[in-house]
Design a protein around this ligand. Structure first.
Ligand code: ISC
Length: 353
């Protein structure tokens, strides 16, 4: 049986009209935003209400505007998801290329060009007869603490993901964000972090707190803690503040994006390195997405809930392009970093097949 939400999404897709399906961390409600025309809209001043999808690089932030869309919500029940045990072969050329890229990043850090850079790669996996909606439903059950989504626009393509990183949550003049860094494969028992990883994560927290200095008062941050995202864990600090002026939302988003978890420190130098060296276009991977100025499930204005587009893929011609990256510092070992991208890719590979 197909529910109302998915029936609407199937029709919308058949008619090549834009839509976003999503569900927020910890919730069991899926929201669908169905744009009534096929035009490509962009944010202009961040005062619009709608669903936004921003690329890693560039200022063209795609918007599904509320006033041009129908909104549906639907509760769902999580079901047990079996891990797909397909073994994905290692691609020797991809491994060599990525390790060379990481080595170039380490060399640039040792020259003093920047302190940290997040380098990524794209991996293509064949899709067995599966619809984006079936994949989205699997994401809903597999990743309760992530932001799960399926986004389609005829001029952008079909993107899906389950991201653990909040970019910004804003409710009136209250904002929340996170500092995320460090990666390990999840295991039972105590998870220990090396001093090096703890320090790296502290830099990210400092970057955010400093960036908020001009815009916010009453800044509070939690102690760093271990946060699980599927088969892996990260170090995370929750940060909260009150804005002097709610109108500064755009400035804050642009200060945070792209975050040190997807770009590096300092931001401009690491971004330049990525654009000049990665050798492919990230498009919307490591951009951000989510609700702009409206909580659609609760139908409330002045609420934004934005996430960094991580652990995501673009579906194209029966294939899934997976995007995966990792933070590089002066001590990074290229082969270990490649293995880390393989581990992160399992978030999505586990639901493919
Ligand atoms: C860039 C990614 O992850 C980031 C988020 C958390 C931890 C990361 C790390 O340890 O490298 C990355 O910065 C990705 O999944 O593509």
């Amino acid at each position: 049986m197909m529910s109302g939400l998915y029936q609407k999404a199937e029709e919308q897709f058949k008619n090549r009209l834009p839509f976003a399906l999503y569900s927020k961390p910890g919730e069991t409600v899926a929201v669908g935003i169905f744009q009534k025309d096929a035009s490509l809209h962009f944010t202009t001043d961040f005062k619009e209400e709608g669903f936004v999808l921003a690329p890693f690089h560039g200022e063209q932030f795609v918007l599904l505007p509320k006033e041009k869309s129908d909104v549906f919500t639907e509760a769902y029940t999580r079901i047990a998801i079996e891990n797909n045990n397909t073994v994905f072969g290692a691609d020797v050329a991809a491994k060599e290329n990525f390790e060379q890229l990481v080595q170039n990043g380490v060399d640039a850090i040792c020259k003093g060009n920047f302190k940290k850079v997040v380098l990524s790669r794209k991996e293509t996996v064949s899709l067995e007869n599966v619809t984006p909606f079936e994949l989205f439903k699997k994401l809903l059950s597999a990743y309760p603490t992530a932001f799960k989504y399926c986004f389609f626009h005829p001029e952008i393509g079909m993107w899906l993901g389950a991201t653990p990183e909040q970019l910004l949550k804003a409710s009136g003049d209250r904002i929340k964000t996170v500092a995320l860094a460090g990666t390990q494969v999840y295991h039972e028992g105590e998870i220990k972090w090396e001093i090096k990883e703890q320090k790296e994560q502290e830099f990210v927290t400092e970057f955010i707190l400093e960036g908020l200095e001009d815009y916010a008062a009453e800044k509070n941050s939690s102690k760093p803690y271990t946060f699980r995202a599927g088969n892996i864990v990260h170090i995370k600090t929750d940060i909260e503040a009150r804005l002097h002026d709610r109108q500064d939302l755009e400035k804050i988003i642009k200060m945070l994006h792209p975050t040190p978890a997807v770009c590096g420190l300092p931001k401009e130098a690491s971004k330049k390195f990525i654009l000049e060296n990665e050798g492919y276009n990230r498009e919307y991977y490591s951009g951000f997405l989510g609700e702009l100025n409206r909580d659609f499930a609760k139908d409330k204005p002045e609420n934004s809930d934005l996430f960094v587009n991580l652990r995501c893929m673009k579906l194209q011609n029966g294939k899934a392009n997976l995007y995966i990256g990792c933070g590089i510092t002066k001590d990074s070992i290229p082969e270990k970093e490649f293995i880390e991208t393989v581990n992160k890719s399992l978030t999505l590979k586990n639901i493919l097949g």
